[in-house]
Design a protein around this ligand. Sequence first.
Ligand SMILES: Cc1cc2nc3c(=O)[nH]c(=O)nc-3n(C[C@H](O)[C@H](O)[C@H](O)COP(=O)(O)OP(=O)(O)OC[C@H]3O[C@@H](n4cnc5c(N)ncnc54)[C@H](O)[C@@H]3O)c2cc1C
Length: 475
Amino acid sequence: MRTLSADVVVIGGGATGAGVVRDVAMRGYKAVLVDRVDLGQGTTGRYHGLLHSGGRYVVSDPHSASECAQENAILTRIQADAVEETGGYFVATEVDDPAWGDDFARGAAATKVPAEEISVSELLTLEPRLNRKISRAFRVLDGSVDGWQLVWGAANSAKHYGAQILTYHRVTKINRDGDRVAAVICRDDKTGEDVTINCNFVINCAAAWGGQIAAMAGCHDVQVVPGAGIMIAMNHRLTNSVINRLTYPADGDILVPVHTVCVIGTTDQKADDPDKLVISREEVQQMMDCGELLVPGFRDARAIHAWAGARPLVKDSRVGSEDTRHMSRGMSIIDHDSRDGLKGLLTIAGGKLTTYRLMAEHVVDQMCEQLGDVRPCTTANEAVPGSESGKTYQVTHRLHAREEDRLDDQILCECELMSRRQWVNASTPSHRPASTTCAANCDSAWALVRAVFARCGPPGSRWRRSTSTSSGRPA
Ligand SMILES: Cc1cc2nc3c(=O)[nH]c(=O)nc-3n(C[C@H](O)[C@H](O)[C@H](O)COP(=O)(O)OP(=O)(O)OC[C@H]3O[C@@H](n4cnc5c(N)ncnc54)[C@H](O)[C@@H]3O)c2cc1C
């Protein structure tokens, strides 16, 4: 049994937890983040890749729209290396009502989401593969964001401020001392050892698993509903900008260029268990149909992978428990002192990857208030390690790198552009420094190997098949 101590334990190493541990550490608290697996292996590694401009929510959820617009600008500045400024368009296809564009324009003005109507001929010059029957188009500031790069950027910044990041540490129990949180008990899944982390405060960022964590502290019935969605990656970029349908948010209405591929998505179905997400043939067909509507001939491109993620949606009394599409995408913070009489525990869930920094700011503000501390948030003011230059990612950087050093090497994964030599280097222990001295890049490389495996399966298994699920089941 190992024993550690900290001011604050953050549970969950997705975008939210990484943002929270960075914020806590930057405010001067001794912080530890724990995740049962590696960082970004929950929903954060299984999402669509869109850095929202806010356009998607200008009519349906104006508050979220404004938050997205604000955070889009901040993330592009402080996490430049994770962001590609692709730009985006909202387009009315032949089945969409072009008059909805007026609601969109009014919503964008009211929420201060930058949006400009352009002619269809200009759109088709910029994105020649799009459907010629598009009747209306608006340009927005959508982008594409690499979830793993984003999480590791925040985590490395937190480490720089003294935080400890413990991956493969599964929380099994939260100890109380009367009406206060006293310690978090984890199991180190690599050694089998139990670890006790004595602490004053716990922030539960376990998202779709947040209800399970709250129950470990005796706080029952925290209802985070997993809203499952599927996405499909096509083997190259059919468009270079994000393409959204000009409609009320619906299934399969966004195409996002992510690195060298493009991703169509998504669906929204209530799931019973976030660890058992099923990808049905019907959903795959539905996504292909939606892609075809935006880009004629979509089905002729090669679908290389399908995966699913679970939105952590906090149950909303205004909508039915099965109707995840209409549950708010906004963030929710649960104060377990007022709810359950337990001091020192906050649960945060909901929101979007795009708003993860703001979510962290809100929950850490609330923690400071409860502890009686005045320590302002500074996360928007400082770039994370690797983003200091402010240069955003461009897909051509990776292609250039491939031309420089990988032409004589075999590519194992088209979506990640990972070569056999990179894979061997990252997966051979003798080529990696000991994890205690591991540099940021080495951690990232190893995370990339795992991420590729999680998404694509081991070499030789998946990438010869046209479409598969992350569990290896045929889609
Ligand atoms: C289909 C889909 C598409 C989406 N597309 C977009 C998009 O394009 N743009 C956007 O901005 N947002 C998007 N989102 C939303 C976004 O992905 C999520 O809001 C965000 O990733 C949630 O991050 P998180 O850190 O809260 O959760 P997660 O990333 O799920 O992190 C929770 C973590 O808790 C850990 N955990 C669970 N149990 C334990 C335990 N017992 N002990 C320790 N750790 C534990 C898990 O391993 C996990 O890493 C999408 C969501 C879905 C489902």
